[in-house]
Design a protein. Sequence first.
Length: 339
Amino acid sequence: MPNALDYSPGLDLVTDEVAVMMQDRPVVGLSAWLLDAVAAAEREGRGVQLVTPAGVRLSYPARTRLFSGRNTRWVVQAGEAYDGLTGVKLSWDGKKFAPVTGPDGRGELAAAWTADPERLEVRANLQVLARVRYPALDSTLVGRATELLFTELAGAPPIGWGTEEPVNRPWNAEAGASLTAYCHRRSPRPSLLTVVGAATDGILPATGSAVVNRRPAGIEETVMLAVAQPGLEPPDADKVRDVIGRLAEEVELVTVLVSAAGAAADTTSYPHFTGFPGPIGLAIGPQEARIGTATKSVPIGPASRPAAWYGLGDGTRMPDWERLGDLLRGVIAGTESEG
């Protein structure tokens, strides 16, 4: 259970609408105090606003797990306040930081959002959102999908896992058993895990999160993974498809979305514009693969549980998101017609 909102050690200000945290450190990660503050705020129906100077970066687990609630923002102070994820100017309205809009009602971009991009050490970051399913058996070990994706995309298995950053448990031969035991103790509540890779010679920097849930259809593991590339180009789309194909051989896929975005060389996020993200491909599991869409697919996975891979682009083009939207609408329509 989180601390009461008034006693959460990570909070600096609480209003009727938000809880505000102020941090000034090189990287803000998914620490225990931050998780406690977010849980306390959410329990009271408030958003969370993290306030930092412009030189601060966010870890990938913090970015992907914290900034989805109403009024929840990364507020960057650089002469003027702006949203560190979108660049929109913000102003304090007495209860929260809110967007500054122009005459057309759209948010105005802060000058600091696009200032001095050449001083940033930007790399292409391959980003994977994979949802897989295991049978609900006593012998089932979770974490297999996470380990395979780290190994195939970063070059080595993870080195550690935990519930926050920094992680405190090694990823070793017994990791699957210890992960499974932890998730079993928390069931039926979901287990939210943080996973890190080794950033050494020959291994690409990688960080991620895994959420394990028990569902009626089985045990689901949702992996969010970022892998920093050596340069500005994401890996070849065919190589990415082959990796997802190997994942489909090992576990049952539900959905896998692979995209690329500009970020720091260690997978952290700058509060600056680092280029437009783009999708690479979408894999959908046996149920959806049987429906079919107008988009051409490549079959992956074993015949017993066939999945489909839809190539969408090379990870560098924003318009390819429209192709993804068309594909998803086709899948939804097919699902409804099947029903």
